[in-house]
Design a protein around this ligand. Structure first.
Ligand code: COS
Length: 369
């Protein structure tokens, strides 16, 4: 039922304007509001905090369907669910959950996760943003880059260095409101893909953050980021899977319609083999995504399989979308046929929430441990 609801929403509400939003870099404001109403913005959050109380399997099913049509929309959903809501529900205080998690889970407001910096993406321990303790508050200074939902979010989870001598054990995570003095939203990035999503740099200048807005114990910030990103990778793997399966479904349908040399191109072995490879890799990616979601639901360790799912699904998305454009020939290169957008959208899944190279580090460390 959840899969069907997400599929209907994507086909009826996302498909009609998706090309225009991509071209104009127009944030899907109305569509994100509807996702909140449908319960897609806080799917796994306990109903007592305004969430859907669903499992991770339900979440990845919905992510796949929405990503088949508009990855710019599913990234908003992924960041809000996997990073912001999960992070707050798992590690936040009761007051933080009442004040911030509840409106976030209902989709009344949107959240963002501020870890990356101009000089620290993969090397996440090298944080230059500082959070200096003063009496009853911290003062935050620094710049965060590539922040998804940067302009639309009301609430940021910000990772910053409090005590440099302690290295990653001196890093903290904070809840910061966009409206607070000293927070500046930089220009919107003009991106290759997921163009309708809202990516900004965020500057913090002497931003006064009350101590009760720190997440977890002093020095917990890096572990907070790592644990949260581990689950985030399942969401992005599901997004990549959706981009791949969306492109494959379009290529399959087109191959039955388009004729060349007197017959549908699906009757030519060159196209048949492409479809065979695409569907096989998508099925393998889906099994990894579902296994990682299932492990999370069983409260088992999902770091390894989540990274495997992310690297495999994102590389499948890239390969599949390139082939889907090829199957479409010249039509694949123009916007009306959707596959060129899916190809551009696929690329980011190999980069954000841990590049493919970072996933390979996590995987190899785990198997060699
Ligand atoms: N869960 C909990 N703790 C974790 C963890 C995880 N998944 N991964 C690492 N940690 C902990 C380690 O246990 C270690 O703590 P202790 O010193 O107390 O044992 C600490 O974090 C530092 O880990 P490590 O020494 O492995 O750090 P490295 O600098 O070698 O970096 C990687 C590890 C590369 C895996 C990490 O920096 C990373 O994931 N980088 C990518 C970040 C990212 O996704 N950026 C994209 C931004 S979001 S769009």
């Amino acid at each position: 039922m959840i899969q069907q609801a997400a599929r209907d929403f994507a086909q009826n509400e996302l498909l009609p304007g998706v090309i225009e939003r991509d071209e104009k870099m127009q944030f899907p404001t109305e569509q994100v509001r509807m996702m909140g109403e449908l319960g897609f913005m806080g799917m796994m959050v306990d109903p007592q905090y305004g969430g859907g109380g669903m499992d991770t399997i339900s979440y990845v099913l919905a992510m796949e369907e929405i990503s088949k049509v508009e990855a710019s929309c599913s990234v908003v959903m992924s960041v809000n669910n996997s990073l912001v809501c999960w992070g707050l529900e798992t590690f936040g205080t009761e007051e933080q959950k009442q004040k911030y998690l509840t409106p976030l889970a209902k989709g009344e407001i949107i959240g963002a996760f501020c870890l990356s910096e101009p000089e620290a993406g993969s090397d996440a321990t090298s944080q230059t943003t500082t959070a200096i303790e003063k009496d009853d508050h911290y003062l935050i200074n620094g710049t965060k880059n590539w922040i998804t939902n940067g302009g639309t979010a009301s609430v940021y989870l910000v990772i910053a260095q409090t005590n440099r001598e302690l290295g990653h054990r001196g890093i903290n995570a904070f809840i910061v409101e966009q409206s607070w003095e000293g927070v500046t939203v930089g220009a919107k990035e003009n991106k290759l893909g997921i163009r309708a999503s809202d990516t900004h740099s965020i500057m913090f200048s002497d931003v006064k953050v009350p101590k009760e807005n720190r997440i977890g114990e002093d020095g917990f910030g890096f572990k907070f980021a790592m644990k949260t990103l581990s689950g985030g990778r399942i969401g992005i793997a599901a997004q990549a899977l959706g981009i791949a399966s969306g492109a494959y479904e379009l290529a399959l349908a087109y191959s039955k319609e388009r004729k060349a040399f007197g017959k549908p191109i699906a009757d030519h072995q060159a196209i048949q083999f492409k479809l065979a490879d695409m569907s096989t890799e998508i099925e393998a990616a889906r099994l990894l995504v579902h296994k990682s979601a299932w492990l999370k639901d069983q409260h088992k360790n999902y770091d390894l399989i989540g990274s495997m799912a992310k690297v495999f699904a994102s590389e499948t998305a890239m390969k599949t979308t390139v082939e889907a454009v090829q199957v479409h020939g010249g039509y694949g290169y123009v916007k009306e046929y959707h596959v060129e957008r899916l190809m551009r959208d696929a690329k980011i899944t190999q980069i954000y929430e841990g590049t493919s190279e970072i996933q390979r580090i996590v995987i190899s460390r785990s198997i060699l441990r």
